[in-house]
Ligand binder design. Structure first.
Ligand code: ATP
Length: 511
């Protein structure tokens, strides 16, 4: 664990050193849980957005995009339930004065028990070797079964108390589990309180209740209120989807984990409108599609797992998360939710406008059901960055830091370098770059020794370096140096564009 935490520290400082992520308003000592993306971060973020947008919108005939405003009519949030129910249960430790989310404390306790189970399974594997049948072992081993039972009891109690808004019950559960504050080590807890996560502000110059508006805590509602606009103007037929990328804001109680939990962040959401009764089929479909999207990036599969929700949100009839093994352990990266017709019905009721769809095949009107996929762009950024970050010992005993980013997502695809600053090599290098730059984001570098320049590009995650040397002037060939293998190959300049198109394009991932 300590090593993983150190790893997070190293990733944060690397992200700063190379211009991926800066603390917001750093010259004023920063603003907590708010971050700015620097020159490389902005590129990586744009590439992730583009990978998502292409996969969701461009690759699906029946999904279209939307870009709704952050401000919405205040009734939106009354209808969606956010004014009354978008709360987190918080609890303070009286000794450390630290504040926690009560549900997160309980989930962490569950995770500890899960780790015990994993240890037991690892022991079994060691004992039985190749004959080990993990599934059978999990079903029969008494220690595993006892711990599974414990987890189930805790999850049941957590769900029941939270659903009933029984905050005393939540506190009792924390006490019964013997949960201590990680800072003070004591069980000296306050009562549990509910805290609404929406930021509010005033519209125009008149203060008072009537003019209170909210910064949207999710992008989804912009899609729901535009459902009929898009359906009618786009002549969309159910099933169809609307996708959106945009900022969302939550006044998070605890925000300590870099860009994992921010107060201003970006979501990439898609709401898929389906016939009532068909939602479970589409829920399974989207679970499958979304995990495929992640795996196509080539990040090792063991970094991902599904986690079904214990406490369903007020609008859902099924929900799961895709969790990722971040430097702080497995945590939610993306949510897939079957939201029923809750939102559209609520908006119908509060607005007095019909939000129904006439299904020509069934010859009837109905309120569609919705299956949504919702991923945090910043969390995806952290997933990609943290899995790419490697500190390597090389054969000659030197070390390097390399970001093995998927080439399609890397900020720069190609660094073009002249071996020396004279003999017409810089001019030749610029000529090559001026040709490549229409299709690939390129960077030019002529400063310092070649080895040193390669190291800098490794740390930036640039998958390929093109070196222009004296031979180039004679036969129009260059070397391409590969970031991951560090191997070099000599190719004709005329082949470069084709090679990079094959190795760096998103097309291969999207197929
Ligand atoms: P958590 O349980 O971690 O608070 P959530 O279940 O409230 O997350 P959702 O409401 O399902 O999250 O939001 C969808 C996605 O938006 C999440 O999967 C996550 O990637 C992202 N997200 C939510 N809150 C934040 C945040 N504070 N900072 C960054 N990303 C966030």
């Amino acid at each position: 664990m300590q090593q993983k935490e150190d790893n997070l520290k190293n990733i944060i400082s690397h992200a700063k050193e190379y211009g991926f992520v800066f603390q917001s308003s750093e010259i004023y000592d920063g603003l907590s849980a708010t971050y700015d993306y620097g020159q490389l971060g902005a590129e990586l973020k744009n590439n992730i957005k583009s990978y998502w947008w292409k996969a969701m919108v461009q690759m699906h005939e029946n999904i279209v995009g939307l870009d709704a405003a952050i401000f919405m009519h205040p009734s939106t949030w009354k209808a969606s339930g956010h004014v009354d129910a978008f709360n987190d249960p918080l609890i303070d430790n009286k000794d450390s004065k630290k504040r926690y989310r009560a549900d997160v404390l309980i989930e962490d306790a569950i995770e500890k028990i899960r780790k015990k189970i994993d240890k037991e399974v690892a022991k079994g594997l060691k004992r039985f070797g190749d004959d080990f049948n993990e599934e059978e072992f999990r079903k029969t081993n008494p220690n595993v079964l006892r711990n599974e039972g414990k987890i189930k009891d805790i999850e049941d109690r957590m769900r029941d108390t939270l659903n009933a808004n029984d905050l005393e019950g939540v506190r009792d559960l924390i006490l019964d589990l013997g949960i201590v504050c990680p800072i003070s080590g004591t069980k000296n807890w306050t009562e549990v309180r509910q805290f609404n996560l929406m930021f509010s502000t005033e519209l125009g110059s008149v203060a008072g209740d009537a003019s209170t508006i909210y910064l949207r805590p999710e992008t989804a509602q912009g899609i729901f209120v535009n459902f009929l606009n898009v359906q009618k103007t786009g002549r969309m037929k159910i099933p169809f989807g609307i996708a959106q990328i945009g900022k969302a804001f939550r006044n998070e109680i605890v925000a300590r984990q870099f860009i994992f939990r921010m107060r201003e962040f970006e979501q990439m959401e898609m709401q898929f409108f389906v016939r009532p009764g068909e939602e479970m089929k589409w829920y399974d479909y989207w679970k499958n599609q979304r995990i495929k999207w992640h795996k196509a990036l080539g990040i090792p599969e063991e970094n991902y797992r599904f986690h079904d929700h214990v406490k369903l949100a007020h609008y859902a009839n099924a929900a799961c998360d895709i969790e990722f093994d971040f430097p702080m352990g497995f945590k939610e990266l993306e949510g897939i939710h079957s939201r029923t017709d809750f939102d559209l019905k609520q908006h119908e009721e509060l607005s007095g406008k019909k939000l129904q769809y006439f299904d020509p095949e069934l010859n009837e009107s109905y309120t569609p059901y919705v299956v949504e996929t919702s991923i945090g762009l910043d969390r995806m950024f952290l997933a990609v960055l943290s899995s790419a970050y490697k500190e390597e010992k090389l054969e000659n005993n030197s070390e390097r830091v390399v970001l093995s980013l998927p080439p399609a997502l890397a900020p720069y695809k190609v660094a073009v370098m002249p071996l020396t600053k004279k003999d017409g090599l810089p001019e030749k290098a610029h000529e090559i770059m001026n040709d490549l730059k229409f299709d690939f984001n390129c960077i030019y570098d002529e400063k310092g020794a070649a080895g040193r320049r390669y190291r800098v590009q490794d740390a930036m995650g640039t998958p390929y370096c093109v070196m222009v040397d004296h031979q180039t002037l004679e036969d129009n060939t260059v070397t391409i140096r590969d970031r991951d293998t560090m191997e070099q190959e000599r190719v004709a300049i005329s082949e470069l564009a084709g090679i990079f198109a094959e190795r760096c394009s998103m097309k291969e991932l999207l197929k």
